[in-house]
Design a protein around this ligand. Structure first.
Ligand code: GLN
Length: 475
């Protein structure tokens, strides 16, 4: 097993000669082979071990970067130069990136080691990782169940100790929900905190990049490294990046909002009880728990799926077989080639979303759907602005259920979309959200709890989470 709880402990042990980085990477590579049935990696970079000795030396002589020796897996929608990037889609089966995404480059610049690229739902569209051209990812707690999605591979790689930390992306819950299903931490940062340069666009005004880990320390240090202004992404904000990892411990008492709309019908009673227990503990520790209302919650799924499919239909128009990726053979004229390429190259869910998105943007329906949804999006932001006038953090379930069975929801898209009920609001409002594992249900499956804070207040999430995960109920 891993002989350290977080990156800082690992560094100490490497410095003291108790851990060899080479052996540590070998351990992960061997374990990845042993657990290949989980199907969480699309590509493993065995040659990453070549950097081990150099980085170990840098650690020992004090010249190493902040993430020295951290073994990181990245979701296969993030570009890494000269490595394949498929987005788990057949349309990009043979695509090799010609540049590196900013978030990944920042990890590398701080001496992290990229061990591979993880499986996900095709173009990050899904909640179960079943929409992947590489096949489904299995939940390590119960192999007949899904790991959540769309960043299922990234969540499983961390949960099963097949890397130290991973990066995922979250457009409507794709970091927080798989983190909940796999019993680990997963942070969706504020929109504009982390550069999206080199992230394959799904819904550009929603997409964010964030870490999965087993400790708050690791989440904090990775966030600190990947955040901040980037000339290559104009939506990335020039707002100072706190040294999150230095300030995660606090004895501050928080004002915690509990939105009543998140505890209604459809929530698994065992999840409700587990969260109630957490709330009681927080109260007994002197935090101030306040019932609040986020009145537009019931419109989250509809608003989210109108706006994200609209953006997706536009973003995905670039895959037509002419520039890169898969091209259908033996088609007639150019239009036939486009049609055949897209018909064969995209999976079912991606095509459904392109059609839905094209429809809501089409003349005659634009006002009724797209424009209206944009207006409703503003109301979500206003709900949260009002709530954050009185609370520091909002506490909710992450998902209405624990990990469901493979195949259980795949034939009913609406049922699948409903599993995003508690996560999409944060993306509509652009605010950060964090999943915290709070224990297992009676079948031994992880239960997740979500914390949300106002824009750029990730530190509050980390500080409160640190107080919660310190307790014995953390798995
Ligand atoms: N499950 C949501 C969807 O299918 C969220 C996806 C995501 O966050 N990338 O759109």
């Amino acid at each position: 097993m891993k002989e350290y709880k977080n990156h800082f402990e690992k560094l100490e042990k490497i410095k003291a000669g108790k851990i060899s980085l080479r052996e540590n990477i070998e351990f992960f590579l061997k374990r990845i082979r042993e657990y290949s049935h989980l199907n969480c990696y699309n590509f493993v970079f065995e040659d990453c071990i070549d950097r081990a000795d150099l980085i170990e030396e840098k650690i020992k002589n004090g010249t190493a970067g902040k993430l020295a020796g951290m073994v990181v897996a990245i979701k296969d929608v993030l570009a890494l130069k000269d490595k394949p990037m498929t987005c788990s889609s057949n349309i990009l089966r043979n695509f090799v990136s010609i540049y590196t995404s900013t978030a990944v480059q920042r990890l590398i610049d701080e001496d992290a080691i990229i061990i591979g690229k993880t499986n996900c739902d095709e173009f990050a569209m899904g909640s179960s990782n079943e929409n992947s051209a590489f096949g489904p990812v299995l939940n390590p707690y119960d192999n007949s169940r899904v790991p959540g999605g769309s960043s299922g591979g990234s969540a499983v790689a961390v949960a099963a100790d097949l890397c130290d930390v991973s990066l995922g992306t979250d457009t409507g819950g794709s970091i927080r929900q798989p983190a909940a299903f796999c019993g680990i931490l997963g942070l969706k940062p504020t929109y504009g905190r982390v550069s999206r340069y080199g992230l394959t666009a799904f819904a550009s005004s929603f997409d964010t990049i964030g870490p999965f880990a087993k400790s708050i320390e690791d989440i904090a240090i990775v966030l600190e490294v990947i955040s901040g202004k980037d000339e290559k992404d104009s939506t990335c904000q020039d707002i100072e990046v706190p040294e999150y990892s230095k300030y995660i411990s606090t004895d501050k008492k928080f004002n915690i909002g509990i939105p009543k709309e998140y505890f209604g019908e459809g929530l698994d009673p065992e999840i409700r009880d587990a969260i109630q227990k957490q709330i009681e503990t927080l109260k007994s520790q002197g935090h101030n728990v306040i019932e609040i209302s986020l009145p537009h919650t019931e419109y989250a799924i509809a608003t989210y799926y109108i706006l994200t499919t609209a953006e997706a239909s536009s973003n995905l128009s670039r895959y037509e077989g002419a520039h890169y990726g898969f091209r259908a053979e033996n088609s007639g004229d150019l239009i036939d080639m486009y049609t055949d390429t897209r018909t064969l190259g995209f999976g079912k869910e991606v095509k459904r979303r392109i059609m839905l998105g094209t429809y809501v943007l089409s003349a005659g329906y634009y006002d009724a759907y797209y424009r209206k949804a944009q207006k409703v999006r503003r109301l979500f932001k206003q709900d949260f602005d009002k709530a954050f006038e009185i609370v520091d953090v909002i506490l909710t379930p992450t998902s209405p259920t624990v990990a469901f069975k493979i195949g259980e929801k795949s034939s009913d898209p609406l049922e699948m979309y409903l599993s995003d009920i508690y996560t999409t609001s944060a993306n509509l409002a652009g605010i950060p959200g964090l999943n915290i594992p709070i224990g297992l249900n009676k079948d031994g499956l992880p239960i997740g709890m979500q914390l949300m804070a106002n824009q750029f207040e990730e530190l509050k999430l980390l500080q409160l989470a640190k107080l919660i995960v310190n307790k014995e109920n953390y798995q």
